[in-house]
Design a protein around this ligand. Structure first.
Ligand code: GTP
Ligand code: MG
Length: 340
């Protein structure tokens, strides 16, 4: 088997970076779609506070609507915060949304993170709502901080997310693959491990922390102004980074040995985390994806894909690499997967 190409020539990089810029411009959400998102938040705020006045209810966005990585067709992830405990059971929330014209209301009260899903026919937006899940707000704020630190992160992450959608590689809940959030952790970790690094570990870094309104110090460095540009010593182009991302996770990363950890900002050994394949007891666990959840570090975000699903994703990463290696075929790389 031939050794995969190690790098792109300057001309190849220019061509691929140009194609990526063009695609990125098309993927940016339109102003009209941003406006609809903002109107949805106001609308929910009104519906909830009219139903339960004086309950200190706040409507917060998280996920891609809050981390600068949304597309026009992304759903809206919403976290409702309130001391009103009865909302946490989700049933009264589902009933209220139904009463207010939301469609396709589904209440998953028993899920690991209980959610209500629905569709707003007026604003044409799908949403996932949870109640009192501050962790989701926290990790969204950290992703957004990483995105703001270097101008290459946003286009690179948006293009990889687009590729995962088109190839049907990002549906942890139904598809048995891995979530956008997991992919984003893989991208950030990759950028932390470039030489020189493009991103630091915000959780390991001392200082650069701001205080919230309530006076609490952030659990990660979040002062974007003072952190921006710390990866400027690395001059890699967008095209080179996309190429190296697929090369890295397609051929270099040792899945049987390593864990992706953005908290540590380096490769962690499965052995040192106690995620050694032998501890799982089955041969299939050897080649599984291990991604440490940055705040709840006992969680492996890679778990949503089983051995077979992961094998399929790994082959897709290699397919993407080979299409770029052989003539920089970005468009074919992202062509819609058709079930045979
Ligand atoms: P798109 O919806 O695909 O545009 O991307 P997204 O950035 O919204 O990601 P996703 O829908 O996968 O996740 C939304 C948010 O839910 C993430 O930003 C996280 O805050 C949170 N989240 C998703 N999956 C997990 C998980 O497995 N663990 C934890 N702790 N949070 C998660
Ligand atoms: Mg989302």
């Amino acid at each position: 088997k031939k050794e995969p190409k190690r790098t792109l020539t300057p001309n190849e990089q220019d061509k691929l970076s140009g194609d990526m810029r063009e695609l990125y411009d098309r993927l940016l959400p339109s102003q009209e779609s941003e406006d609809r998102r903002a109107r949805l938040i106001e609308k929910l705020d009104r519906i909830l506070n009219e139903e339960w006045p004086d309950s200190d209810i706040h409507v917060n966005v998280f996920g891609s609507s809050g981390n600068l990585l949304s597309s026009t067709d992304s759903d809206v992830d919403i976290c409702i915060t309130t001391p009103l405990k009865k909302l946490e059971s989700m049933h009264s929330l589902a009933a209220l949304l139904d009463k207010n014209g939301m469609e396709k209301v589904v209440c998953r009260a028993a899920a690991k993170v209980p959610i209500v899903k629905c569709w707003d026919p007026e604003l044409e937006l799908a949403m996932d709502l949870n109640v009192n899940n501050p962790l989701a707000l926290q990790n969204t704020r950290m992703i957004r901080t990483y995105v703001q630190l270097d101008d290459r992160v946003r286009p690179l992450a948006k293009i990889i997310k687009y590729w995962t959608k088109r190839r049907i590689l990002n549906d942890a809940a139904f598809g048995g693959t891995i979530s956008s959030y997991t992919w984003i952790c893989m991208i950030i970790s990759f950028l932390q491990r470039r030489e020189p690094p493009i991103l630091p570990s915000l959780q390991k870094m001392d200082g650069h922390r701001r205080k919230s309104e309530s006076g609490e110090t952030s659990s990660f460095a979040d002062d974007v102004e003072s952190l921006k540009g710390s990866g400027a010593a690395n001059k890699e182009s967008l095209g080179e980074l996309l190429f190296q991302f697929f090369r890295h996770y397609g051929y270099e990363f040792e899945y049987s040995k390593h864990v992706v950890s953005i908290r540590e900002g380096r490769l962690v050994l499965r052995k040192e985390k106690g995620w050694d394949p032998t501890d799982y007891g089955d041969k299939e666990s050897h080649n599984r994806l291990c991604v440490e959840e940055p705040f709840t570090t006992v969680r492996n975000l890679g778990n949503s894909a089983d051995y077979y699903a992961w094998h399929g994703i790994h082959l897709e990463i290699r397919r993407a690499f080979e299409l770029l290696e052989d003539g920089l075929q970005l468009e074919r790389c992202c062509e819609q997967y058709e079930f045979p």
